[in-house]
Design a protein around this ligand. Structure first.
Ligand code: XBP
Ligand code: MG
Length: 248
């Protein structure tokens, strides 16, 4: 069964965005005078909860902040998260976030090889479009489907985002290959029946990637080291071979 589509995760996979998310969360907490400040160590733990709103609710609930008991707290968190998203995109526009090595090359190789490309992410849709516009501009692939946190009720590790991507792609799970940086993401793809390659990011190096067809360090730039891929093979051929073995 040939590889028909790559399904990309965004945060941690396409780019190391989580430190910018963390800064945006903390700036929003400051603006709302909450007295909260997440450091990297705490954020690394909080990232086990996918979804910014869910993450805030989890933190408030487990930190015993009396605010969490107030009526209308969920609506307040939605407002707080909306402001965090605005701040995040201001920071992305002002910053110099880059795609992880080899990501742009793989996107171009997939396009040339006629492999369709989709996005299945927990983050907010506006974050996806902004990141892609700023890092790729006109070179961004023509996405066959973009499914974001706004479109699903249940976030990763629930498979909903991947099942919606398959529905929009009109493809079976075995036609596709997912690219993920986190245990939550791998679990979501596996639960959807989609073969998944894990490429751990700055916050997920210690994650359990059981279920992934392989774990690679990333897509080395210009034929650089990329798992056990021989230097001369193209990234898309490397992944198509992994996919063929996984679905055989
Ligand atoms: C990672 C996430 C997101 C981001 C924050 O998404 O879990 O929640 O941490 O973005 P991905 P939001 O599936 O792309 O790895 O605040 O918009 O949720
Ligand atoms: Mg991710």
């Amino acid at each position: 069964m040939p590889l028909k589509a790559l399904i990309w995760d965004v945060d941690g996979t396409m780019a190391e965005t989580e430190d910018v998310h963390l800064a945006a969360f903390n700036k929003a907490f400051q603006e709302f005078r909450l007295g909260w400040n997440w450091d990297r160590e705490l954020y690394g733990r909080l990232l086990r909860v996918a979804g910014g709103k869910e993450r805030i609710l989890h933190y408030a609930g487990t930190s015993g902040d009396p605010l969490a008991e107030r009526p209308g707290f969920e609506a307040f968190v939605a407002e707080l998260h909306a402001r965090k998203t605005e701040i995040y995109n201001e920071m992305v526009r002002a910053g110099n976030l880059e795609l992880r090595p080899g990501v742009a090359r793989l996107m171009e190789e997939a396009r040339r090889a006629g492999v369709r490309q989709a996005v299945a992410t927990t983050t907010s849709l506006v974050n996806v479009h902004n990141l892609l516009r700023l890092t790729l501009g006109d070179a961004a692939p023509r996405w066959s489907s973009v499914v974001a946190g706004d479109h699903v009720a249940k976030k990763k590790p629930d498979p909903e985002v991947y099942l919606e991507a398959l529905r929009q792609l009109r493809l079976g799970p075995g036609d596709c290959l997912a690219l993920e940086d986190s245990a939550n993401g791998v679990k979501a793809a596996v639960a959807a029946g989609i073969p998944v390659v894990a490429m751990p990011g700055a916050y997920t190096a210690e994650d359990d990637f059981s279920g992934a067809i392989t774990v690679i360090r990333g897509f080395g730039e210009d034929g650089g080291p990329c798992g056990d891929r021989p230097g001369e093979q193209s990234l898309i051929d490397f992944l198509a071979e992994l996919h063929a073995r996984a679905v055989a």
